[in-house]
Design a protein around this ligand. Sequence first.
Ligand code: GLC
Length: 431
Amino acid sequence: MSIPRPEPTPGDTKWFTHDRFGLFIHWGLYALPARHEWIKKYEKMDNQTYEKYFKHFEPDLYDPELWAKTASNAGMKYFVVTTKHHEGFCLWDSKLTDYKATNTPAGRDLLKPMVEAFRNQGMKVGFYHSLLDWHHPHYTVDNRHPMSENEEYIAADKNRDISRYIEYLHGQVKELLTGYGKIDVIWFDFSVAPSERFPVKGKETWQSEKLIKMVRELQPGIIINDRLQIDQDVKTPEQVSPREWVKVNGKPVVWEACHTFSGSWGYHRDEESWKSVDMLVKMLIDTVSKGGNMLLNVGPTARGEFDKRALERLEGIGEWMKRHGRSIYGCTQAPEEFKCPPDCRLTYNPEKNRLYLHVFSWPFKHIHLDEMADRVEYAQLLNDASEIKMITNFNSSSHAGDKDIGQSTLTLEIPVKKPDVTVPVIELFLK
Ligand code: GLC
């Protein structure tokens, strides 16, 4: 049976494509303004203006064990946290800068206890690390920089030596990959396209090849993403649901879609575009049905909590995952020969040889599966393991006109009432 199989890459993606569902965490000083993690850029703040957030960062309710437990209860198997975002602020006790959590009222390394807590929950550990840095004195201006319209700041670029920033960048990555045990994922972000005024910041700037080499030496098996301008182990479509298995040069690759709850990655107090549990569960299913992973983001508050809206969604997803994880973990796109009926998504577990039919819109009484009459040994609803009767040669005789169902069609007889779960799943044990 043909399922797309990505070419192997240096990183260990076996656990990754099994686990399918992770937590992204964007936590930094931008949690205080609470109006987007790009606020420094959007409001053109200079370092001095932004300093008030550094002075007032006091996450007194920070409870990494609770975070890890919440993520695990939602069914997530790994997490990726912003060690440093574009603003340049470091969550860990870096020896290479003073711009770090230890020097804020937080007064300590916030990364270490987080890594430990998630590991204790059996979750894999990932670090997001920003290539951009809007605070470092030697980081030159580009069109994504908060000071991109400030002539005085731009003029001072002549005194900046980007190679000193690159040394800092590589040095910090080394700290992160040597001080926190086994790291499973490193998620670099991002390369800046050239603009009219400013040159590209890409693989030459970051010295991507050298950086990748060091990362691989320090953490063999680690998964590296694609934003160093050199594709590595995983493609990372952002806030988009791809239409099909993600391909590069026509070939399927390992991929992970990252998504927010409401648009921004950092904590945003006033955003009203929160996705529902129903939509989020469907996004996860849709992703796995195309062979991908989903990395779902929480932006914790500056007090150190996941806010109520995030918790409600994570709980709702967890409620579904508790009974339906079987159609997600270890699953991938269904072999081509299985045609997906309307309003449904298929996933497939190749090891167990089971097909999972996710019913996005519950139809009346019957679901017809073409070309499947001899293929299924047993069918049940996944949420309660109640049998689903299978009919072949279905005859819609009740004044329905010509019989339109072929002999090769398998018909599932489903209850009229939709099962009381976010998305019902029918588990099909294949012969
Ligand atoms: C973008 C944004 C950033 C976010 C990231 C997550 O590149 O710059 O704010 O962290 O996407 O994928």
